[in-house]
Ligand binder design. Structure first.
Ligand code: CP
Ligand code: NVA
Length: 331
């Protein structure tokens, strides 16, 4: 499987075989890392990491993975460069292509990362946009595979804002890889009809399926995976909290939901998560709306069924696989 020179902007652009190859490569690289095997196939190369939004997992994953592969990194934070303010995306792409072997971009519209890729002569990797979060998908699918041993036929339920980056990307990943995906949320948070139709086509080919439901008990019955994300995403205005709390509170992942799922069900979350009052925003929301937990209860988050930290670790191994494959280190 030769992915050398490819961008990684959304899983829409990748075949099921290519996605599975990246997941398997990540599992191999994870095993090597755990065994203390050091390989630096990309020594002498450098990558630029552009973050127009904040990050813990994605940034750390790109940095650790790049260093493990032998590469140097430059982190461009949300305020410290010329990007977008004094220099266009097209000019930035051409400047960075002259110095770096790959560029990661986290930011707002998908059109921005697409433009960056169009003008770059080196691979561009999407570290999250409003629409998609493709590197997260590889980590999530690797985690499901580690827990269940397979992907095809898994009943995967996503609760929350199903029309944003996480909902969109999970629906695409499940459709391509043959999982049964359900968006369980209020009707106004259902994914875009055009994307649903496209995913239904992929699901038809893979043996998966797409379901939209606003009925929690029906949708989560016998689920293998319960997945959620924050109700308000980075870059959205504070004013939307009130409507989100009202619309999405019935779709919180609780012990009742977990009990309704299959007995081996796992809980997943891309993180960060508001499951207690130990965050600044969590405390502000508590003061304003009286909620002590949001998209998931603390009980579920801390339960044996929760695999969120394994999932977080897998971000690093999967991002390593993406960089290694697209920079030609492994075939
Ligand atoms: N899941 C995820 O992308 O986390 P960060 O925002 O910390 O990178
Ligand atoms: N939907 C979230 C995902 C964070 C990883 C956001 O965009 O903020």
């Amino acid at each position: 499987m030769d992915l050398k020179g490819r961008d990684f902007l959304t899983l829409k652009d990748y075949t099921p075989e290519e996605i599975l190859y990246l997941i398997d490569l990540a599992a191999e690289l994870k095993d090597k890392k755990h065994r203390g095997v050091v390989e630096q196939p990309l020594i002498g190369k450098n990558v630029a990491l552009i973050f127009e939004k904040t990050s813990t997992r994605t940034r750390c994953s790109f940095e650790v993975a790049a260093h493990d592969l032998g590469m140097g990194t430059t982190y461009l934070d949300p305020t410290g460069s010329q990007i977008g303010k004094k220099e266009s995306i097209a000019d930035t792409a051409r400047v960075l292509s002259g110095m770096y072997d790959g560029i990661e971009y986290r930011g707002f519209g998908q059109a921005i990362v697409e433009e960056l890729a169009e003008y770059s002569s080196v691979p561009v990797w999407n570290g999250l946009t409003n629409e998609y979060h493709p590197t997260q998908m590889l980590a999530d699918m690797l985690t499901v595979k580690e827990k269940f041993g397979y992907l095809k036929g898994i009943k995967f339920v996503y609760m929350g804002d199903a029309r944003y980056n996480m909902g969109n990307s999970l629906m695409i990943a499940c459709a391509k890889l043959g999982l049964h995906y359900t968006a369980c949320t209020a009707k106004e948070y259902f994914p875009d009809a055009e994307l649903v139709a496209q995913c239904e086509e992929w699901a038809k080919a893979s043996g998966g399926s797409i379901t939209l439901s606003d009925n929690v008990m029906e949708a989560t019955k016998d689920a293998d995976v319960l997945y959620t994300d924050v109700w308000v995403s980075m870059g959205e205005p504070d004013e939307v909290w009130e409507e989100r709390i009202k619309a999405l509170s019935p779709y919180r992942v609780t012990s009742e939901v977990m009990a309704n799922a299959s007995k081996n069900a796992i809980f997943m979350h891309c993180l960060p998560s508001f499951h207690d009052l130990k965050t600044k925003i969590g405390t502000q929301i508590y003061e304003k709306f009286g909620l002590t937990e949001m998209e998931v209860t603390d009980e579920v988050f801390e339960s044996e069924q929760s695999v969120v930290f394994q999932e977080a670790e897998n971000r690093m191994h999967t991002i390593k696989a993406v960089m290694a494959a697209t920079l030609g280190a492994y075939k």
